[in-house]
Design a protein around this ligand. Structure first.
Ligand code: AL8
Ligand code: ZN
Length: 258
């Protein structure tokens, strides 16, 4: 059986096939603002995305993912806590069965209804798959979603959900600008961590934005119409696809803001 988020294949079981689950730099974590250390040396995030690199939207059986062409530097992350240039590969979300949970990172114990992850890879390596297992291979920008007014930029994504309801479904998705999903203020926390799903590689520089974006409760409900299950299998709602916070194990969380 492959990994998932149920009692028999979920986060408590991942260590059986992925022993790094008990590693020293696992993600997500609970971010405690009062314990983060302000680092004046941290640069502002420099995110530049080219909508023409947007390729398709996919239900991969764990989340909904929008994939980008990464054969040029036109959608990329520079500055912030990283050195060099990281190319955008994909973004995806994690969410709950109800609005009281769903994010992977938490803030002083507070869970948000969802969390967006923008996954970038270090171009010092020849490819995403080479970078994905290196300690400085990936940089993921995390953005919390909170319940508020309807988010028109999310709406474009949600309209595609009916065509990718079940696992393995994908459809072309063009000209989407992921910067429309970023908060106005790009203050962030940063720490060394891992993928939050198997293979749980300890290869991620995490960059978690302090300011959430909004989604309406109806928009959150739309995420919950997606399925973990493939066409023809018993329908299994895609909800609670989040890993709980992991031990800090002596790591420092830095803040780009006072
Ligand atoms: C299934 N989800 C992961 C898929 N990827 C992956 C990475 C390396 C090797 C690999 O072998 C299959 C897959 S991924 O890099 O696109 C990411 S990023 C990410 S998160 N939540 O930490 O942002 C989870 C995954
Ligand atoms: Zn993720």
């Amino acid at each position: 059986m492959s990994w998932g988020y149920k009692a028999n294949n979920g986060p408590q079981k991942w260590v059986e096939n992925f022993p790094i689950a008990d590693g020293v730099r696992q993600s997500p974590i609970d971010i405690v603002p009062g314990q983060a250390s302000y680092d004046a040396g941290l640069k502002p995030l420099n995110l530049k995305y080219d909508p023409s690199t947007c390729l398709d939207i996919l239900n991969n059986g764990h989340s909904v993912q929008v994939t980008f062409a990464d054969d040029t530097d036109s959608s990329r992350l520079t500055d912030g806590p990283i050195s060099g240039l990281y190319r955008l590969k994909q973004f995806h979300f994690h969410w709950g069965a109800s609005d009281d949970k769903g994010s992977e990172h938490t803030v002083a114990g507070t869970k948000y209804p969802a969390e967006l992850h923008l996954v970038h890879w270090n171009t010092k390596y020849a490819s995403f798959s080479e970078a994905a297992s290196k300690p400085d291979g990936l940089a993921v920008v995390g953005v919390f979603l909170k319940i508020g007014g309807e988010n028109p930029n999310l709406q474009k994504l949600l309209k595609a959900f009916d065509t990718i309801k079940s696992k393995g479904k994908q459809t072309s998705f063009a000209n989407f600008d992921p910067s429309t999903l970023l908060p106005g203020c790009l203050d962030y926390w940063t720490y060394d961590g891992s993928l939050t799903t198997p293979p749980l590689y300890e290869s991620v520089t995490w960059i978690v934005c302090k300011e959430p974006i909004t989604a309406s409760s109806a928009q959150m409900a739309k995420f919950r119409t997606l399925l973990f299950s493939a066409d023809g299998a018993a329908p299994d709602c895609m909800v609670n696809n989040y890993r709980p916070p992991q031990p800090l194990k002596g790591r420092t969380v830095r803040a780009s803001f006072k």
